[in-house]
Design a protein around this ligand. Structure first.
Ligand code: C5P
Length: 401
């Protein structure tokens, strides 16, 4: 690994498998990472934190309220510097705390402070692992973007045979390194993402819009940032917090979006048009709010410029990704859009299905490129889907050199 040493925070919980955490620590060190260990108070009752301090060369953290420890380590500074938070072994308890957002010890507090990827390697008795509450907590964390190294089946500390044995040290370290390796693959590249709906005003109190939440675009921007891209997020009114580090440009109408996108098109390597741009605007708009009686019975609409088609005509080296909300044959619709708008990738979803697409946390995409078969992602959270889209984007940008 090149460049400065990367900081991995290793969370250690009170499972008998915690002896393997020493090997996990060593694995990351061998790969050139610095490791800071954070133990839960119960783990520190099983094994002295001094063991991990000696192995890592950094004082292991346990107590958030120990003044000396807090001043030396400080969870805020640690959260800023960490490139990966890996919890191995992770108990059912820490998984539940993470899923619920509790923060009553160093590790759970750190979890709420970090913006780096999270990797969890569970280790517990089979019944606890398969309990519907644990499974629901795991699903919740996955939908927020956490990775899991699934436990293996075998003999457990309690004497039972079954699922719940900590995955191999090798599998945990490899999964962690893959996640960090993915981090910087877009370093030096500039990615522009549009997100959310547009608002086309009739007057200051009335507008034409659509139900886009902006979630897909914000997730894409967060993922591009995580992989090291300079990321510009041009957003319609979305009511979401922009990911830290994104250059945010707020717009309302399609015409404003068009001029902000065009102004930056020359400097970007890729555009992801995840915004739901209104196809029409009012032919006339008023600066003052009109009284009801002043408004005509019918209003005239005019077509908005199609920003993506315009970029398709202008593009030189830029990779263009379009999004399509389809009903009927989703793949056919996506292929047509790919051709007509001269895109390199179109991500289409079926808006006739309930529970996915507009306004929801989940989506299901069909990804099409000019060559090759379509990829169907299956239903997943928009955070998970953003990774798949950015994986493809990396390949497409890579081909341009
Ligand atoms: O043609 P359709 O609106 O279904 O295409 C959707 C794609 O085109 C999306 O990526 C959307 O952001 C983009 N679009 C655009 N300008 C418009 C309408 C849609 O860039 N006026």
């Amino acid at each position: 690994m090149n460049g400065p040493r990367r900081l991995v925070v290793l969370g250690v919980c009170s499972s008998v498998a915690l002896y393997k955490a020493c090997e996990v620590l060593r694995g990351f060190q061998k790969a050139g990472c610095d490791v800071q260990v954070v133990m839960t108070p119960n783990a520190a009752k099983l094994v002295s934190p001094r063991l991990f301090s000696a192995l890592s060369g950094r004082r292991a953290a346990v107590d958030l309220f120990d003044e000396e420890e807090a001043s030396r380590i400080g969870h805020i500074r640690l959260a800023r510097e960490a490139e990966l938070l890996v919890v191995a072994p992770a108990t059912a308890n820490i998984i539940a705390k993470f899923a619920a957002g509790l923060a009553d010890d160093f590790l759970s507090t750190l979890h709420l402070t970090v913006t780096c990827p999270l990797l969890i390697a569970p280790a517990m008795n089979e019944a606890m692992y398969l309990h519907p509450q644990t499974q629901e907590n795991i699903r919740r964390l996955k939908s927020r973007g956490a990775d899991f190294v699934e436990p293996e089946s075998g003999s457990l500390a309690c004497g039972d045979e079954g699922w719940g044995r900590l995955a191999s040290v090798e599998a945990i370290v490899q999964a962690g390194l893959r996640r960090i390796g993915a981090e910087r693959r877009l370093a030096g590249k500039t990615v522009l993402v549009t997100a959310g709906p547009t608002r086309e005003k009739l007057d200051p109190a009335r507008f034409l819009s659509n139900p886009s939440s902006g979630r897909m675009g914000y997730a894409l921007a967060a993922e591009a940032l995580r992989r090291g891209a300079r990321t510009i997020l041009i957003s319609g009114p979305a009511g979401l917090l922009p990911p830290p580090g994104a250059e945010i440009v707020r717009i309302e109408s399609a015409q404003e979006m068009r001029s902000e996108v065009l102004a930056r098109f020359g400097e970007v390597d890729a555009v992801l048009m995840a915004a739901a741009v209104s196809d029409f605007r009012f032919s006339e708009t008023r600066r003052e709010k009109a009284r009801k009686e002043e408004l005509p019975e019918t209003v005239r609409l005019v077509r908005n410029p199609d920003i993506l088609s315009e970029l398709g005509r202008l593009k030189t080296r830029q990779v263009l990704v379009g999004f399509a909300a389809e009903t009927g044959n989703v793949e056919d619709g996506a292929r047509r859009k790919l051709r007509e708008k001269n895109c390199d990738l179109v991500a289409a979803n079926d808006v006739s299905q309930s529970g996915i697409g507009f306004e929801s946390e989940d989506n299901e995409l069909v990804l099409v490129e000019p060559e090759g078969d379509a990829t169907r992602t299956g239903r997943a959270s928009k955070v998970e889907l953003s990774r798949l889209v950015i994986d493809r984007l990396e390949v497409l940008i890579g081909r341009r050199g």
